[in-house]
Write a protein that binds this ligand. Structure first.
Ligand SMILES: C[S@@+](CC[C@H](N)C(=O)[O-])C[C@H]1O[C@@H](n2cnc3c(N)ncnc32)[C@H](O)[C@@H]1O
Length: 323
């Protein structure tokens, strides 16, 4: 996947003044900083964020929103709170997925990011161009101020662990229809998602994705639930990373919950399917726990139903044949 044209052009306008060498140094420093567990702040330069992180966080959030749309085709948020908005990445993805989106609020503690979000949004669809900017913290956002959709993308990681569950409850209180939380697809990112899941299910939230059930999360030990999305690298992205490949894979963990509705049931494919001559083996998460199922090639009906099912997909519910 690639950034939408309007966003790519807006990003490139922000980057025009920079030398390739300076951008490469800043991008390397930013990657080191985030990998070491650093949070956004003065150490993060905005051009480097736009070049090497925004395309990846956009791709992950867009993949999550597409999955939520498949799961809830009638969901059509008119308003959105982008919590920890950064450059407004999640709002761009939401505007692409839900064209009826009319009102967007960017919430961030960092005024630099808010100004950048506003500057990019001027090139976006009307909901973005007139977005409201609020300087403040996720964990003090008044729950009474509702939005149909609340998204915290790569933002809860920046809160101390002890404040995270409270922050998630706060965002849930503000979510009229749905809340999406996305984190890096690392063991640490997933452990935050799991803690958020426990806190939100206790508040009556209904898991929409990736969980197909509301039972206790069966991932234990050093296993972690994560997915992957492939994104195209722009020329500046390749230069900044001294990259040879024209794409990269972003790993992410996430949780989407609904205010009303029912769990999907069935299973989620939680690892790349393993295909060999005799058939395909899937690793699945189900309400009964983690499971492995093999679909034999000779079982033509089942094989046809499952052949195109990939990592992150809902496992075809109509296929019952367990081997
Ligand atoms: C890694 S960036 C993610 C930005 C954007 N959501 C994305 O996906 O590209 C994290 C953002 O969260 C903001 N942030 C960190 N702590 C916050 C808090 N307590 N309240 C609001 N925003 C916060 C940072 O300023 C930064 O803009």
């Amino acid at each position: 996947m690639a950034l939408p044209g309007q966003l790519q052009e807006a990003v490139e306008r922000e980057l025009t003044e920079l030398s390739a060498g300076g951008l490469r140094r800043d991008a390397e420093a930013l990657t080191r900083h985030y990998r070491a567990g650093g949070v956004s702040g003065p150490a993060v330069t905005l051009p480097a964020y736009l070049t090497v992180r925004l395309p990846a966080t956009y791709a992950a959030v867009d993949a999550v929103m597409q999955e939520l749309r498949r799961r809830c085709p009638r969901l059509s948020p008119a308003s959105m709170l982008d919590a920890g908005a950064g450059p407004g990445t999640a709002s761009w993805a939401a505007a692409g997925n839900w064209p009826d989106l009319a009102a967007v609020t960017f919430l961030d503690i960092d005024q630099r990011f808010l100004s950048l979000a506003q500057s990019l949004a001027r090139s976006g669809p009307p909901a973005l161009a007139k977005a409201r900017c609020v300087t403040g913290s996720i964990d003090t956002w008044p729950g009474a101020e509702k939005a149909d959709l609340v998204v915290a993308a790569y933002a809860l990681a920046e809160l101390p662990l002890v404040r995270m569950a409270e922050a998630a409850r706060n965002l849930w209180a503000a979510a009229g229809q749905a809340l999406i939380v996305v984190e890096p697809g690392t063991p640490q990112g997933f452990s935050r998602i799991r803690a958020v899941r426990v806190a939100l299910l206790a508040e009556g939230a209904v898991p929409a994705a990736p969980c197909t059930h509301a039972s206790a999360c069966p991932m234990v030990g050093d296993d972690w639930c994560h997915f992957s999305v492939r994104l195209q690298r722009s020329r500046s992205h390749m230069q900044a990373k001294s990259a040879r490949l024209p794409f990269e894979d972003e790993k992410y963990s996430y949780l989407a919950v609904l205010r009303d509705g029912e769990v999907a049931g069935g299973a989620r494919v939680i690892a790349p399917p393993f295909e060999r001559k005799p058939g395909i083996t899937f690793r699945l998460c189900t309400a009964e726990g983690l499971d492995t199922r093999h679909v034999a090639r000779r079982d033509a009906t089942a094989y046809k139903a499952c052949r195109k099912t990939g990592w992150g997909d809902h496992f075809p519910a109509d296929w019952e044949n367990k081997e």
